[in-house]
Design a protein around this ligand. Structure first.
Ligand SMILES: *Cc1c(COP(=O)(O)O)cnc(C)c1O
Length: 519
């Protein structure tokens, strides 16, 4: 199926711009695009289903120390290896993790980024790119309700959370006169810093605490309501208990869209409590950030403007290619505290260097993709897609309410569905075991991909709906497979459930699966 036909080495953007090489560049990239487009049209299930051993053999068979085979052959071989066995998030039977099908305008921008290769660290390497990223940071801050905020694009929610908590730590370790607490006083105070978060906050919160050198017990769990939302009363109690223990609250972390349930913590109530206690509130909106542009659900984020820092993952609910995320702060001084200066790169006398704000130095111009999407479909277009996936989840929930076999386990504010296969007569222990088995049989077959998690101590299957082009019928097809596989497993023949046709009976249209402009 390969269409590669030229042989060139692209060494720099400089050579790209010269006539002959520019022609070769266009041909090579067109060939790759044609190949991938053909695969988009032909893919009939989320992935090939090849075993790990088969894949390892294919990967190991490539001679990385051998002589080069030329651009065409290299790309043909690479596509045959990678694209053939990749997991296709746009396939209607891929319902596992927080991966979105990507906006086409953003993919176009990605092609620009790859070839032009801007690094948004210093102004002299990025010029207009710095100004475009600054504009988008300001746009996002304004959507949040930060009137004089700041921020920077990051590689993902994990880095955004880490960066926000670093800023919170530095704020906690700043003396009243604005100077940085240092030496033994710093060591002593740092050991007493606490981060209050629910046990369903993203694991990057606990990991950040470790990376930031906080104490092993620095993350204090705050109780949740039965739906997994932080309880404001429990927060009040936890703040008081921390103070009684002589510890110092470095930050309270709430989640706008928990990774499993997609629930939004009560931001306004928590913000009130944090304001009263004078503590740093971080809102992890990695998943729920898309609500910023939702025409119908923006109210779920009411109170986010009172946060001191916010994480938004554009590569989730803004339908951006990986990677694209940002950390935003309400007060510019909070990012400035961690700036570091090098004579060769960003002397303190130079304004406008994004590296001053970032944990990275060389950094992708990911902002260009969001820019292109916003110009292509506007914030409303993105917001309608967010609504579409939330509406679909609500429809699936309604569909399953009285299902005799699939039992809903949790509600959602966003787009996840958490359930178990447990008809009458199947014990809790049997249903527990079926979760991993059903997921594995489906995954190994390549026919469908669903996720699993644990809710209140019990294993559950999980769907994450992030494709605005999907319909209830698409999801029902996968749920039918789940039931069929569970029947087969209970009857001792796991593969019995997989004899039917693929979940996709029509080829996807690129405009739908890559979510080009809403029509
Ligand atoms: C996905 C997610 C993260 C981590 O984001 P990455 O982009 O995967 O690093 C953090 N917090 C929440 C709530 C998430 O859902």
């Amino acid at each position: 199926m390969s269409t590669f036909s030229s042989d060139v080495t692209l060494t720099s953007t400089d050579t790209l711009l010269r006539g002959a090489t520019a022609g070769a560049y266009a041909r090579v990239v067109h060939d790759v695009v044609d190949d991938v487009a053909a695969r988009f049209a032909a893919v009939s299930q989320p992935w090939s289903g090849a075993s790990r051993d088969e894949l390892a053999a294919l990967v190991d068979a490539v001679d990385l120390d051998g002589p080069g085979v030329g651009t065409d052959d290299a790309l043909r071989e690479t596509a045959d290896l990678y694209a053939t066995h990749a997991v296709w998030f746009h396939d209607p039977a891929y319902l596992a993790h927080l991966n979105c099908p990507v906006d086409i305008a953003a993919v176009g921008a990605e092609a620009m980024i790859a070839a032009i290769n801007t690094s948004v660290d210093t102004y002299d390497q990025s010029t207009v790119a710095t100004l475009m990223e600054r504009r988008l940071v300001a746009w996002t801050a304004q959507r949040i309700g930060f009137t004089d905020g700041d921020g920077v694009f990051t590689s993902g929610g994990t880095q955004s959370n880490m960066h926000a908590l670093l800023a919170a730590r530095e704020s906690a370790l700043t003396a009243p006169d604005g100077s940085r607490i240092s030496g033994l006083a710093r060591t002593g105070l740092q050991a007493r810093l606490r981060v209050l978060a629910t046990d369903v906050s993203h694991f990057s919160v606990a990991k950040s605490a470790m990376l930031l050198g906080l104490a092993d017990d620095a993350v204090v769990p705050v109780a949740t309501d039965p739906d997994g939302r932080m309880s404001p009363d429990a927060l009040t109690e936890a703040l008081a208990a921390t103070e009684r223990a002589g510890d110092v609250v470095m930050a309270v972390v709430v989640t706008a869209g928990t990774t499993d349930r997609g629930t939004v913590d009560p931001l306004a109530a928590v913000a009130r409590t944090c304001d009263a206690a004078g503590v740093w509130l971080h809102v992890d909106a990695a998943y729920g950030g898309g609500l910023l542009v939702s025409p119908t659900r923006r109210h779920l984020l009411d109170g986010i403007e009172r946060a001191r820092s916010v994480t938004v993952d554009f590569h989730k609910t803004f339908f951006q290619p990986v990677s694209s995320s940002a950390v935003l702060v309400r007060d510019r001084a909070d990012l400035a505290r961690t700036a570091w200066h090098a004579d060769y790169l960003n002397p303190a006398t130079d304004p406008d260097n994004q590296v001053d704000r970032s944990l990275q130095t060389t950094r992708r111009f990911d902002a260009l993709k969001l820019w292109a999407t916003l110009r292509a479909i506007g914030p409303e277009g993105i917001g309608r897609r967010v609504d579409a996936v939330c509406d679909l989840a609500a429809a699936v929930h309604a569909d399953l309410v009285d299902d005799p076999e699939l039992r809903l386990v949790a509600s959602t504010d966003l787009s996840t569905v958490i359930f178990r296969y447990q008809p009458a007569g199947v014990s809790d222990a049997q249903a527990d075991a079926l979760v991993a088995q059903v997921r594995r049989v489906l995954f190994d077959s390549g026919r469908a991909s669903v996720a699993k998690t644990v809710i209140d101590g019990r294993p559950c299957l999980k769907l994450t709906l992030l494709d605005p082009g999907r319909t209830l019928a698409d999801v029902r097809r996968v749920l039918t497979l789940v039931r069929d596989v569970a029947h087969g497993l209970l009857a001792g023949e796991a593969l019995a459930g997989l004899s039917g046709p693929p979940c996709r009976d029509v080829h996807p249209h690129l405009d739908r699966t890559l979510t080009e402009g809403d029509r």
